[in-house]
Design a protein around this ligand. Sequence first.
Ligand code: G
Ligand code: G
Ligand code: MN
Ligand code: NA
Length: 253
Amino acid sequence: IELEGYLRKALERDEMVLYYQPQIRTEDSRMIGVEALIRWNHPHKGILPPNVFIPLAEETGMIYAIGNWTLREACRQMKQWHEAGGPLIPVSVNLSSLQFHQANLLEQVQHALLETGLEAKYLELEITESMMMDASVSAEILNELTSLGVKISLDDFGTGYSSLSYLKHYPIHKLKIDRSFVTDITENRSDQAIVATIISMAQHLKMEVIAEGIETKGQLDILMQNDCKEIQGYYFSRPLPAQEVEHHFFVPL
Ligand code: G
Ligand code: G
Ligand code: MN
Ligand code: NA
């Protein structure tokens, strides 16, 4: 209850922050994108991770305001980086299933892009497999978002109700291999087989693929042997405040 009261005030008090986790091209270790990950800078408890407050935000409907703020803030930050001579890379934003099914999602995305001046091709939206289950809603909204020029990534790929048929029918640009397949990949043959197969399938479907949760050189080596071209994980970087991304990942002019 207490948390809820504070959460209601969090946006107006400007307590939400986005951290950004670099996405890295294995070939040359360059940053080729960032994922925006929300944090709440709670007045007494300090920085709280999303699993502490996103479920509450969903139960109370606050997720709509928070999600809309996140979209706009991620676009604003990326546009500012572009204008400041930072790398011309996209930002990806996680959508809650409630947001994905809200009637005005398209308008909110359009508005965030217009308001910030970010080109649509620099915005990626992450949805999970389970969000696609409501087929009637999904196909239409995904097509509309894609016609704006926004890209769609399937987050946590391989852990949901994977119905491979929707990869054929829906405009999906990128698969994000869930980190549960990466954690034990150096010793687990099944994980190796699953990851190799997802990468190969993505290539055949002309989709991009990124592996998540890489923490060690050993994991990276196996992924590279399997022709994985993009990775995200603590091995390269944890999610960082915007200033630290600039500090560690922007090439000096
Ligand atoms: O940042 P962290 O690794 O703690 O994220 C934990 C979970 O919270 C992840 O599943 C991530 O997708 C989710 N998450 C992070 N930021 C956002 C956000 O802005 N909106 C929503 N809906 N989920 C988020
Ligand atoms: O569900 P989603 O993929 O959006 O969640 C991203 C989450 O994964 C964030 O909470 C982020 O902090 C976490 N994460 C990113 N890289 C790693 C990693 O290498 N190891 C672990 N354990 N978590 C990671
Ligand atoms: Mn994600
Ligand atoms: Na994920």
